[in-house]
Design a protein around this ligand. Sequence first.
Ligand SMILES: [Zn+2]
Length: 412
Amino acid sequence: MIRRIALLTWALLMLLSPSLVAAQVGITVTASNVDVSFPSQAVFTVNAESYVDIVDVRLYYQVNKMNYAEVVSEGWADFTPASKVEANWTWDMTNASLPPGAEVTYWWRIEDAAGNKIETSPKIMHFDDGRYTWQSLTGTVPQDGELTLFWYTGSDSFARELMDACQEGLARLTQDIGTYPKRPIKIYIYASDSDLKGAMISSNEWSGGVAFTDFGIIAISISPSELDWGKKALVHELTHLVVRQATFSPYGQLPLWLDEGLAMYNEGGLDPVLRSYLEEAILKDELISVRSLCSPFSAYSEKAYLSYAESYSLVEYLLDNYGQDKMLDLLALLKQGNTYDEALTEVYGFDMDGLDACWRATLTSPVVPAPRTSLPPALIAVLAALATTLTLWGALALEKRTWRRSSGKSTM
Ligand SMILES: [Zn+2]
């Protein structure tokens, strides 16, 4: 009987007072969305209500990229406490440098004055470059991986040819070095340097393309008229990306000659102009030591060319003479944090000086150095401007290549 009365009272209260219904439910989220203004900001909005004032609204988010540890960030939303609120949190991307196509998982945590708390289920924010109407082409890559190419200028066959080059490059990388992509790869092909520049908020040092290794994303400008250059540039960038994914670790990193050497080797063949620098240095006995090639390459163009050519040659030497397995072992030991000398000695039995000596012994001086294409004056000016940025290459994973492109050479 008491139970029946209680039930009746409850039903009556339900009819009389809708706020008591809310009391049963606590906080209700009525809407949630995110408005992306690429590339500068994303505004997250949530609407919620309760039977008492909502007093605390926070956004939690997690960037979908390779991390050494799981990182959840928090944003305190802007709103005036009330029983019905609309709260916003604006993510200013100035320091975030999210690439096009980045994905962010986010959820809200809301609390009212009565101590009720709720957490919304996670959603994904796609940080897409909405300035263009993108077409996409997806292909498979070694080890059941996936690569998607996005473009907005050029025919289907333009995209198909770029995709073929990427797939061949990745297959070559798996065959020669034994490494393969660890996560899906997205490539955004911009039609011009200025279009690409519009996609970058905080980088004013770049030109031509950027590899966001942690995200598995490459943004690069390739117009349909420069397809051949584009194919080589993409393979070079992809190689950097896959090698860095394979060696991702808080403990160690690759020496620059190995990183650049692998990327150039996987492009297939050494550019004739770079080869001429190598041959001249052999002839004049002016090779740069392996030890010196571990740190950022010279800001002087001639030395930078030689550094890249030597890097290629060193990787070629190691792969031709010792094979894929040893290279994989070397990458694994570097990833674990061994020093360059320790890793080389354990795998090959020689340290950097030993590598230097063994490699030099295999180099034969050409009788006459190959004729070299001279650099146009405009290119020399660009190189001078790039001199200060060259040293950033390793750390920022930026690829500067306007000068490469204008010289008709491969990418770096
Ligand atoms: Zn490179």
